[in-house]
Each structure stands twice: as structure tokens, then as C-alpha cells.
Ligand binder design. Structure first.
Ligand SMILES: O=C(O)CCC(=O)C(=O)O
Ligand SMILES: [Fe+2]
Length: 321
């Protein structure tokens, strides 16, 4: 399959966040939503996330990933009700893949002091590192991408002609999961092994930061059946739509297949924030007919046993799906 020279649009969100006129605001909404319709992916600048917060966050990630494997395994995400913590390379596999992904990852979500039934909202797992070396910069960045994810949802809702305020009902206590990722150097991957194999994101809005200059993300251009690379530029975020948005928008916003093939000689860091919405929320992209499943159903269907939510809840959700 040939490589495509397609380039993703780069949208400046400052004209939406601090508009000088209503026309400007509407133009930015149209540009963003147009890219989400055509490609399911878009790059954004002018997003309001301070560069310092991004840099301090990326600088903190090796403090976790370079801990001994035994230390990281003590924080295994399989010991958490809500998929928080460490996922080693090979700890889970997508159906149909021949080899596990080369990447390792660490998940956090909304910080909750206790497990809230059925268990998706729960405490994060933190390494025994000084807060200033990991938890503080990670939570500071989490709050920023949480805010940006909400802004993007607000724009997607308006792009379909609905009022921005629908996001308030949709997201009183949204599920926002953050996945920090480290990819090994190419020399340490197996022949034919992907950093992350071809997949679509399953849920809502994904906001991705990539370590500047560490290219590796590729998106499928379905029309031409070609993969095109996405550049890794400092202060530019990649936004993409998951399957839930594609379904809820009646296919208007696309959930595009993507993968990571990293050819560099040192590690690559990235982080995806998956902004889904409230567990019981109804579809805000089609408010007149919001009948199509909930975020909780999607989480259970997609990750099944990786959540330790009670079996009666899982059975109920799967029966309703
Ligand atoms: O690391 C990247 O560039 C993309 C990661 C990704 O697609 C994912 O984690 O779903
Ligand atoms: Fe992805």
C-alpha cells in the first residue's frame, strides 16, 4: 500500500475560544467540523493549553516508564476496577492482531477518592515518586485536556446545528480517560510489530499530544486506501473522533482507522485523552432521537473483563445493547 501525501487541516481554535466576532467563531466551528467530517482527524493550535504545562508533562513521563518492571507491574491496570494504572507491552491484545503492540501505557482518569458503583469512577494508581515528579504535572495536563475535550464536543454539537449548552447535560461528570504511552526504539520491536496496530478509537473525542519531532502516527485515507503520516509538532494537538461519535452523528463525523509505526532510534512518548461523556448520557449529537446506547455500554462492550465492574451490571448492559 503506497504512502499518501494527504495533509490534515490545521485549525486555529483561538478564533473560537476568544472570538473577535460571531462570524469568526462560526468559521472556526465550520473548519473544525468539516475536517472531522472528511477525515475524522484534525490538527489544532491556539487551543489555550500552556506550552509549559505540555513540556512539564512530557518531561515527567520517563520518570514513570523508566521504573523497574516489577514496580510498574505493582500498578497493573488489571488490579483496578476502572482500568487505571500500568499496561505492559503485551498485557492486552486487539482481536485479529498477530502480534501484541510494542507500546507500554499508563492510564489515569478523574481523580475519585473511593470506588463509585459500578466502578468506572475510582481512585487513580500513582507510583511512589515525589508528586512534583509525576502526579502534579500529569494532573495539571489532565485538567487542561479535559477542558479542551469539552470545547471540541461543544463545537461538534454546534456543527450539527444544536446549541452548545447540550454539552452541559451530557457531561455533568464525564468519563475522561488519559493514556500515557511510551514506544520503544525501532531496533527493539519485532519484525512486523506495530507501535499500536491499526484500530479506530471506540468512544468520543480523542486529544493527542506527541513528543515533538517523533513521527509515527498514520491515518488511513479510505478513498485511496493509503496511509498518510501525521506530523509531530510542538504545541499542535491531534484531535480525532471515536466510533461512538461516528454512530451518534449518523456517520457525519468519521472514526478513521489509524496506527503507529515508529522508526526512531530512541523512545517515543505520546498521550491520548479520551473524552467520552457521562456514563448514562444520551446522544447530544442527535437530541431529537437520542436512542443509541450509553457510554457505560460502550465501555463494557469494548473492554469487557478489563473493568472489574460487578457481573450483574455487565449482564444488564450487554442485554440492553
Ligand atoms: O501514540 C499515538 O500517536 C497514537 C495512539 C493511539 O492511537 C491510541 O492510543 O489510541
Ligand atoms: Fe487511537
Amino acid at each position: 500500500m503506497a504512502a499518501s501525501n494527504l495533509e490534515l487541516p490545521l485549525v486555529d481554535l483561538s478564533g473560537y475560544i476568544n472570538p473577535s466576532s460571531e462570524e469568526e467563531k462560526q468559521r472556526v466551528i465550520a473548519d473544525l467540523c468539516d475536517a472531522c467530517h472528511k477525515f475524522g482527524f484534525v490538527q489544532v493550535k491556539g487551543h489555550g493549553i500552556p506550552l509549559q504545562t505540555q513540556r512539564e508533562f512530557l518531561k515527567a513521563l520517563p520518570n514513570l516508564f523508566s521504573l523497574p518492571r516489577e514496580e510498574k507491574m505493582k500498578l497493573s491496570f488489571l488490579n483496578s476496577t476502572g482500568r487505571r494504572g500500568y499496561e505492559g507491552s503485551g498485557d492486552s491484545m486487539r482481536e485479529g492482531d498477530k502480534l501484541h503492540d510494542a507500546k507500554e501505557a499508563f492510564y489515569i482518569g478523574r481523580e475519585c477518592p473511593t470506588i463509585e458503583p459500578p466502578g468506572f469512577h475510582c481512585p487513580n494508581l500513582w507510583p511512589s515518586l515525589p508528586s512534583a515528579d509525576f502526579k502534579d504535572p500529569v494532573m495539571a495536563y489532565y485538567e487542561e485536556t479535559n477542558r479542551l475535550g469539552r470545547t471540541i464536543w461543544e463545537m461538534l454539537i454546534q456543527g450539527l446545528g444544536h446549541p452548545a449548552s447540550l454539552v452541559d447535560d451530557f457531561a455533568r461528570k464525564p468519563v475522561v480517560m488519559m493514556k500515557m504511552i511510551r514506544y520503544p526504539p525501532f531496533s527493539k520491536t519485532l519484525p512486523g510489530q506495530f507501535g499500536v496496530g491499526p484500530h479506530t478509537d471506540f468512544g468520543g473525542v480523542t486529544t493527542l499530544i506527541q513528543e515533538p519531532g517523533k513521527e509515527g502516527l498514520e491515518v488511513l485515507d479510505e478513498e485511496r486506501d493509503e496511509w498518510f503520516p501525521v506530523p509531530a509538532i510542538e504545541d499542535v494537538f491531534v484531535i480525532n473522533m471515536g466510533d461512538m461519535i461516528q454512530k451518534w452523528s449518523g456517520g457525519h463525523y468519521r472514526s478513521a482507522k489509524h496506527r503507529v509505526i515508529y522508526k526512531g532510534e530512541d523512545d517515543r512518548l505520546s498521550c491520548a485523552t479520551f473524552w467520552h461523556g457521562d456514563l448514562e448520557a444520551k446522544n447530544p449529537l442527535n437530541p431529537a432521537n437520542p436512542g443509541d446506547g450509553t457510554v457505560a455500554q460502550l465501555l463494557v462492550k469494548r473492554f469487557g473483563s478489563q473493568f472489574s465492574v460487578p457481573k450483574p451490571f455487565v449482564d444488564e448492559v450487554l442485554a440492553a445493547a
